[in-house]
Design a binder for this molecule. Structure first.
Ligand code: GLC
Length: 543
């Protein structure tokens, strides 16, 4: 298998990334929680899949209020995950297999247990006090009514200093004050620590919030955002082969061109969410669901494809650790689970950008249906409490949790049909999806028609044909409500991607220039002149 040379700028444009949620990947010591040694043990599996890099969700020291997105020491490994020596071994073992490690950097906020915050609470003249965002006022009079993403007010009263501090997420996640240059330098030092350890790059958590103005109630896309990004890039990402991925819920196409400017002044690519928010009520939040309209999805993705071409770089994804499983969301996780999982992958992997596979997606893992007591995610639990108190119908609240909760993505990887699905010898920290007896890696590896082997093939196609990397994009039949079809073209190479988003058998007129072309991949084994339920195909020819 050929691997990309990761010492060259731009390697990520031909790469496929794998997002790994360590708590649920593989336990090695029987405590029920995944760990770094577990990941090392499974690297051969990822090598077989063919991915080029792992986006490793946070493994730094953390009280785990938000599963590691509340960091208490940026340069230490949380003992739950192992030791620094384990981490070094993971980086080295990854490198042997051509797999880079991308650290998850949470720079917008830290944990209230971080030394900086504990110092900050000691007094207004402590040097670390200004590392955070404070406002004066009485304990009954918050600076404004801004809401935190995880519920409640975004301000918490600290009696120790008689002030309010700002937190966009949980109160245990105080926001860092990016207007303080000394704070920024401390963060850059931590980043350099990991560069020196040999990581391939970084994913930057909610990076669109670092330029916020808490008084004006602006969180995303604040006035100094891009100035700070340029400084961060110049000071911390000095090597041009380091990949940097900016999570930006607030990015539109124009912003994305700044984030991923090909001149390298900010980040390598943007990770934005416009397409994945199309099935929620506009202006409301993710719990308020509406059905997906395929023409809207096509228009959105086509806009990004066309307008960013040559001007920036996007991430391609349907899943991550904050999103429900796509096969349950926009596919059919019952009779067409395998077909629809493959179809969705085809649609995405045919496009321009860097595809991300979220752990278990390559197995066609599905959402889980849990009673509220079995949920662990604080966002889910807080929303449940708030909505029940507001008088929402409990059945409706649970329906949105089953469809949207982050816990859907966080159940342990299903490795085998055996005890605890081979994830742990102890008690798993989260329930295992009962369908593990059917859906698991062991079965998928043994079945040449599995979702796993299909992803493997898609990854190989991207490495074999240049058109996947740089072909221009043309959307076909934009108004069709059932079929998503597009072409990609370079001077020499052409592909046509056709995807049936329904459980019906349809017809599709292949444009004349693709008659007699080569079939690169198809999610059905037998030939047919019809487009079968959730069928997808990629056709290819070169001049
Ligand atoms: C990002 C992470 C999410 C986390 C939040 C706060 O959106 O992906 O998991 O809870 O930021 O750090």
């Amino acid at each position: 298998m050929k691997y990309l040379d990761k010492s060259k700028r731009g390697w990520w444009e031909k790469a496929v990334f794998y997002e790994l949620y360590p708590k649920s990947f593989q336990d090695s010591n029987g405590d029920g929680v995944g760990d770094i040694r577990g990941i090392i043990h499974r690297l051969d599996y990822l090598q077989e899949l063919g991915v080029d890099a792992i986006w490793l969700c946070p493994v730094c020291a953390s009280p785990q209020v938000d599963n590691g997105y509340d960091i208490s020491d940026y340069c230490a490994i949380d003992p739950m995950f192992g030791t620094m020596a384990d981490m070094e071994e993971l980086i080295a073992e990854g490198r042997k297999r051509g797999i880079g490690i991308i650290m998850d950097l949470v720079l917008n906020h830290c944990s209230d247990q971080h030394f900086w915050f504990r110092e900050a609470l000691k007094g207004k003249d402590n040097p670390y006090h200004d590392f955070f965002i404070w406002r004066d006022g009485g304990p009954d009079c918050p600076p404004n009514q801004m809401r935190a993403t995880f519920g409640g007010l975004a301000w918490t009263w600290a009696p120790e200093v008689g002030q309010w501090y700002f937190h966009q997420f949980a109160e245990e996640q105080p926001d860092l004050n990016w207007d303080n240059p000394a704070m920024r330098q401390e963060l850059y030092r931590s980043i350099r620590f990991w560069v020196d350890k040999g990581v391939a790059g970084f994913r930057l958590d909610v990076i669109d919030q670092i330029g916020k103005d808490a008084d004006l109630e602006i969180t995303n896309n604040g006035p100094r955002l891009h100035e700070y990004l340029r400084e961060l890039s110049a000071e911390a990402f000095r090597e041009d082969w380091l990949v940097s991925v900016g999570e930006a819920w607030g990015a539109d196409i124009e912003r994305a061109k700044l984030y991923s400017n090909p001149d390298g002044s900010e980040l390598s690519m943007v990770f934005q969410f416009q397409h994945i928010c199309l099935d929620q009520e506009p202006g409301k939040d993710k719990w308020d669901m509406i059905p997906l309209e395929l023409p809207k999805l096509k228009a959105c993705l086509a806009d990004w494809q066309r307008q960013l071409h040559g001007k920036g770089w996007n991430s391609l994804f349907f899943n991550n650790h904050d999103l429900p499983r796509i096969v349950s969301r926009w596919g059919n996780d019952r009779e067409y689970r395998v077909e629809s999982a493959k179809m969705l992958a085809t649609m995405l992997h045919g496009m321009e950008g860097t595809p991300y596979i979220y752990q278990g997606e390559e197995l066609g893992m599905t959402n889980i249906c849990l009673p509220i007591e079995a949920h662990v995610d604080l966002e889910t639990l807080n929303m449940y409490g708030e909505r029940i108190a507001q008088g929402y119908d409990p059945g409706e609240v649970m329906a949105s949790i089953h469809a949207r909760s982050r816990d859907n993505a966080r159940t342990p990887i299903q490795w085998t049909a055996g005890k605890n699905t081979g994830f742990t010898t102890g008690d798993p920290w989260m329930p295992i999806n009962p369908n593990y007896t059917r859906i698991n890696a062991e079965a998928a590896l043994a079945d040449p028609d599995s979702v796993f082997h299909y992803y493997r093939k898609l990854i190989q196609l991207r490495k074999t044909y240049d058109v996947f990397h740089k072909g221009s994009f043309t959307l076909l039949c934009p108004e069709d409500e059932k079929i998503f079809a597009y072409t990609r073209d370079t001077e020499e190479e052409h592909i046509l991607v056709i995807c049936n988003f329904t459980d019906e058998t349809l017809t599709f007129d292949v444009p004349g220039n693709f008659w007699g072309s080569e079939m690169l991949i198809n999610n059905y084994v037998e030939d047919s002149h019809k487009l079968r339920p959730y069928e997808s195909v990629i056709l290819y020819y070169h001049d």
